[in-house]
Ligand binder design. Structure first.
Ligand code: GDP
Ligand code: MN
Length: 433
């Protein structure tokens, strides 16, 4: 991923915020890390994840080879699913929006209907923690019961957006399975990338390239050729940002099979994917971030003590960096948007205040489209309603800034006005100490 130049500021850079101290290598790192982390989280948040069973149903529609499977929300139903599927061996898999289930005890191979029921009992209604979730884990409300497959080899295959090349890229490795993250870290040469130029789409060389990466011959090689075309179509037609099959297995009888599937959709395109949008599972999402999305706010929770409410993502990042420069730690990223009104500002305050670590709130609004007096009104409403018990520092600049400052001054509430951004950050750090 190519990053905007702002993340690589050097001393004396013309982009340095006015009033900021010289940025030295010692303090560039913490600033940069905040910006980068938030950027990564924002990109992640612009995705809607599907469950494995939903992803497999989607891929099946595009002819991808999968085993037969059924979803269950109770142990009894899980047993019945296994009976309906037939066979002698099944796999019961927790449906959560996280990988690493195999390592976290979320995937069970079962040799009898009784074992299927027991595995479902052990998973349903609990929370599953994996190396990809926090220690609190994610709630398991459904399990997927599949006929177990006999595996010869586990491969890794994904289609993702290559931002630098502005096209979809296939990523493949013969060392697939549960340790692919480790492989990518210690032996990146084992992970191959094949770009698909948008103007031509998947030509036969793409599938041949993947066959060579995977060492596939015969029937599996023919399947791989088709899979490359089908996955690409699925990716583009569904507005995906990631389609990952890990593992894609070669079975003992030499066939390809998608044993696991992860699909992330670009949430900015959900308006034209109503059928997929309806598959969203809010139970798997972070509660605060979900509330923020509903109020039309961009919110990312961080570990520090100084909350910030800003209009515009760029200004929000600059604000967080200034807090860092002054020796503080931001508690969140919050962009109330260019069209913020009093109701949104109030919703923003409620979000901020539900974080118990917050010791001060820094409001930084540049009134361009939005008028400062409207924002001040929102602040006053929210502070009255929500019983704000921590200091609020407000820097309002732009349209009707003077009126806004007068409103805050006359309110009798404890709101510290600051005339510039550096001063606001300094006061916030002081008051949070
Ligand atoms: P993840 O850990 O969340 O990525 O879950 P996966 O669905 O990828 O399963 C993890 C591991 O369980 C796989 O890498 C396989 O080794 C194993 N596994 C899953 N399904 C089967 C199956 O049908 N047969 C066998 N033998 N192993 C399986
Ligand atoms: Mn997997």
């Amino acid at each position: 991923m190519r990053l905007p130049a702002i993340f690589f500021q050097r001393p004396g850079s013309p982009r340095r915020p006015q009033g900021a101290r010289n940025i030295t290598p010692g303090n560039i790192t913490p600033c940069g890390i905040t910006g980068l982390r938030v950027l990564a989280l924002l990109i992640q948040n612009a995705r809607m994840n599907l469950h494995e069973y939903q992803a497999k149903a989607l891929l099946r529609r595009y002819r991808a080879p999968t085993a037969a499977g059924l979803v269950a929300d109770s142990p009894g139903r899980a047993e019945q699913c296994a009976r309906e599927l037939g066979g002698e061996r099944w796999v019961v898999k927790a449906q959560v929006h996280a990988g690493g289930r195999g390592k976290g005890g979320g995937v069970a191979l079962c040799d009898s209907l009784n074992e299927v029921r027991e595995a479902a009992e052990g998973l349903l209604g609990r929370r599953l923690a994996t190396p990809q979730t926090g220690p609190e884990g994610l709630p398991v409300e459904q399990v997927y019961v599949e006929q177990a497959s006999d595996i010869d080899r586990e491969l890794y295959l994904a289609a993702l957006m290559d931002r630098a090349a502005e096209c979809v890229c296939f990523v493949g490795s013969a060392a697939g399975g549960m340790d692919i993250e480790e492989v990518a870290r210690v032996a990146p040469e084992k992970v191959a990338r094949i770009r698909v130029p948008a103007a031509v789409g998947v030509l036969p060389y793409v599938g041949r390239g993947l066959c060579s990466v995977f060492g596939l011959k015969g029937e599996a090689a023919g399947q791989m050729q088709e899979l490359a075309v089908d996955l690409y179509r699925a990716f583009v037609e569904c507005d995906a940002s990631l389609v990952e099959i890990n593992p894609l297995v070669v079975t003992r009888d030499g066939k390809l099979l998608a044993l696991d599937a992860k699909v992330a959709l670009d949430s900015n395109a959900l308006f034209r994917q109503p059928e997929l949008a309806a598959q969203r599972d809010p139970g798997q999402e972070d509660e605060l971030e979900r509330q923020a999305a509903e109020a039309g706010l961009s919110y990312v929770s961080l570990d520090g003590s100084i909350a910030c409410m800003v209009n515009g993502a760029g200004l929000a990042m600059a604000t967080m960096d200034l807090i860092k420069l002054e020796g503080g730690e931001p508690a969140n990223f919050l962009d109330v948007g260019g069209a913020a009104d009093a109701a949104r500002v109030a919703a923003g305050f409620r979000l901020i205040l539900s974080n118990p670590r917050v010791r001060a709130i820094l409001v930084n609004i540049f009134g361009g489209i939005v008028r400062c007096d409207v924002i001040a009104d929102g602040i006053l409403q929210a502070v009255r309603e929500a019983r704000v018990e921590v200091p609020v520092i407000a820097r309002l600049e732009g349209t009707n800034a003077a009126t806004a400052r007068a409103m805050l001054g006359a309110s009798g509430l404890e709101i510290t006005a600051a005339s510039d951004l550096a001063e606001a950050a300094r006061k916030a750090v002081e008051l949070a100490a």
